[in-house]
Design a protein. Structure first.
Length: 227
């Protein structure tokens, strides 16, 4: 039997944490292994419990969620831990900040219950968690920024020149927000073949997850507004 996905909840509102815990623990494939009310506590509990996924609030006292995310993703002992940033605000600064900090996804707190459960599963599998509306705004920020208005600094991913033509095509489709199944359908491939291509691209670029592949696609000019 597959072990349940271990989740750490981080939010300064105890009522919200209780609601998320009840929801996640209701699924036999998930288990909440800890809670934290601020960024410092989040880092400490993450090191104690080594969760698979951290659901991280942005605005918290003392140390905010973005700073805590950066500390968690930089910790070699937590290399397999994925962080999903949750917020009530759909602001570019939080999206960019989350990616800069190494987050694997960005979601709004008004997400539907089943969507949250699905999101935890997806990020655990290495999928990107950037809603289409957020992905589109990221793309436009990169292609529309001029010399006097540079795009936000994001984690650089080198090695684009190592990719084959097909792998560059795969990277562009990931950058446009497609899932493995959507890529498979678009290129008339099996889902397994599409997944293999994506994994190979991640390996060649040394990307932590699909969020970094999205960034790489922007920076390489493989994704353009309106595409």
């Amino acid at each position: 039997m597959t072990a349940p996905i271990r989740v750490l909840l981080v939010d300064d509102q105890s009522l919200l944490r209780a609601g998320f815990r009840a929801l996640l623990d209701s699924d036999p494939g998930l288990t909440v292994v800890g809670e934290a009310a601020d960024g410092d506590e989040a880092v400490r509990v993450a090191r104690e419990t080594t969760p698979d996924v951290v659901l991280m609030d942005v605005q918290m006292p003392r140390v905010d969620g973005l700073a805590a995310t950066a500390r968690i993703t930089a910790d070699p002992a937590l290399a397999d831990t994925k962080v999903v940033v949750l917020t009530t605000f759909e602001l570019d600064e939080y999206v960019f900040g989350a990616l800069r900090a190494g987050a694997s996804g960005f979601l709004l707190k008004d997400i539907e219950p089943q969507e949250l459960i699905d999101a935890v599963r997806l990020v655990h599998e290495g999928q990107a968690l950037l809603a289409p509306r957020v992905t589109r705004r990221l793309i436009e920020a990169f292609v529309d920024s001029g010399p006097s208005d540079p795009p936000p600094a994001l984690p650089a991913v080198d090695g684009i020149d190592q990719l084959t033509a097909r792998e560059r095509e795969i990277l562009a489709l990931v950058g446009s927000g497609m899932s493995n199944h959507e890529i498979a359908a678009h290129l008339v491939l099996s889902p397994l073949t599409a997944k293999t291509h994506v994994s190979r691209v991640m390996t060649k670029l040394g990307a932590r997850d699909r969020a970094q592949l999205v960034v790489a696609a922007y920076e390489a000019g493989l994704v353009t507004a309106g595409s």
